[in-house]
Ligand binder design. Structure first.
Ligand code: PLP
Length: 358
């Protein structure tokens, strides 16, 4: 089947097969990675190799660390303000969807926040224009959500904020296209969409931010703890980290981020074309210049048809298309690992369904 679920999501078949091959006896160790001590040489190599592959894909140098943490992107919503939001400062949040709102609400429990821009009016159909963004005077950092999984919008270029640390939740578009990662002070992502299985949260953090972090918070919630210990302060989600390493290697073998981005653009165009050429039978939720290449949200003329569309699609092996309740309709999540054939099959089905019912 083709799995269009928003996450946990489909993984590259080649990666699953590689993990299957190595599952019982990892590289002659006589053990599965899932059984291996995180203090073993083999696991340390997996951990270090995964960090360096991610840095290589993003073109980052030793100014950055890649950490493998737990608690999901949702724990980062709290960890970021705990570490970086001082008492006399404000944290700026740009609200482009429900996850951005959740991040801001969590920070507001810990300190002062400022909503630098919001596109909530009209139900988050777009990303704000640069002139709509108003930072606070004494900003600790500015937080954005690079891809809005629920609404199907995405930042296609990132704003400039001078010296203020820019922090991004990239849970649903990390490693899906090239971008200047060195503009960011911190990037975080739950792995379960573009990177691997759930259970590990990837944090890419600039060294100076690690040093700036608040020291009077619980040990496990300090970035410095994890950086100093190479993400091995406590038992890591070792099998998930191993899988993230295999996915990163797969991306590199595909030709890196530029090649992946071209593939992703072509895939998304197949489905957006089916929407745009439907004469209004399908309507996209997002405004065209804010459209996501990862999550495509669209509606049909009525809920009855949406139900029918979903059950017929499922019957044909096109799974997980039901949209989130705050948008309704359909959502096709087409992360890196979704093959082109999946997008083609969905686009074909959309035309066929329209011909029958439209
Ligand atoms: N941020 C974004 C953009 C998401 O899409 C999600 C989950 O779908 C989250 C955060 C929450 O991630 P987690 O479940 O890893 O806490």
């Amino acid at each position: 089947i083709f799995n269009f679920s928003a996450g946990p999501a489909t993984l590259p078949l080649a990666v699953l097969e590689e993990a299957q091959q190595e599952f019982l006896n990892y590289k002659g160790s006589g053990m599965s990675v899932i059984e291996m001590s995180h203090r073993s040489k083999e696991y340390e190599a997996i951990n270090a190799g995964t960090e360096s592959l991610i840095k290589e894909l993003l073109g980052l140098d030793d100014d950055y660390r890649v950490l493998f943490l737990q608690g999901g992107a949702s724990t980062q919503f709290a960890m970021i303000p705990m570490n970086f939001l001082g008492q006399d400062q404000k944290a700026d949040y740009i609200l482009t969807g429900s996850w951005a709102e959740k991040a801001q609400k969590e920070a507001a429990k810990l300190g002062q926040t400022h909503i630098a821009a919001t596109t909530k009016e009209g139900n988050y159909v777009r990303i704000p224009q640069p002139e709509e963004i108003h930072r606070s005077e004494n900003s600790a950092y500015i937080h954005i959500t690079s891809n809005n999984t629920i609404f199907g919008t995405q930042w296609h270029s990132f704003p400039e904020f001078g010296n203020i640390p820019l922090i991004a939740d990239m849970s649903s578009d990390i490693l899906s296209k090239p971008f200047d990662a060195s503009k960011f002070a911190l990037i975080y992502a739950g792995a379960q969409k573009n990177l691997g299985p759930s259970g590990v949260t990837v944090v890419i953090i600039r060294q100076d931010m690690i040093e700036q972090g608040n020291k009077n918070i619980p040990t496990m919630l300090r970035y410095e703890t994890h950086s100093k210990n190479n993400s091995l302060y406590n038992t890591p989600p070792s099998f998930s980290v191993y899988m993230v390493g295999l996915v990163a290697k797969w991306i590199k073998n595909q030709g890196g981020l530029a090649a992946i981005a071209k593939h992703n653009e072509e895939k998304a165009a197949l489905i957006y074309d089916a929407i745009d050429n439907s004469g209004g039978f399908y309507t996209g939720h997002a405004e065209k210049d804010s459209r996501s290449l990862m999550n495509i949200t669209f509606r049909l003329p009525n809920e009855e048809l949406e139900k029918e569309f979903n059950s017929e699609a499922t019957r044909r092996g096109l799974n997980g298309l039901k949209g989130h309740r705050s948008v309704g309709g359909m959502r096709a999540s087409i992360y890196n690992a979704m093959p082109r054939e999946g997008c083609q099959a969905l686009a074909d089905f959309m035309r066929e369904f329209q011909n029958q019912k439209g």
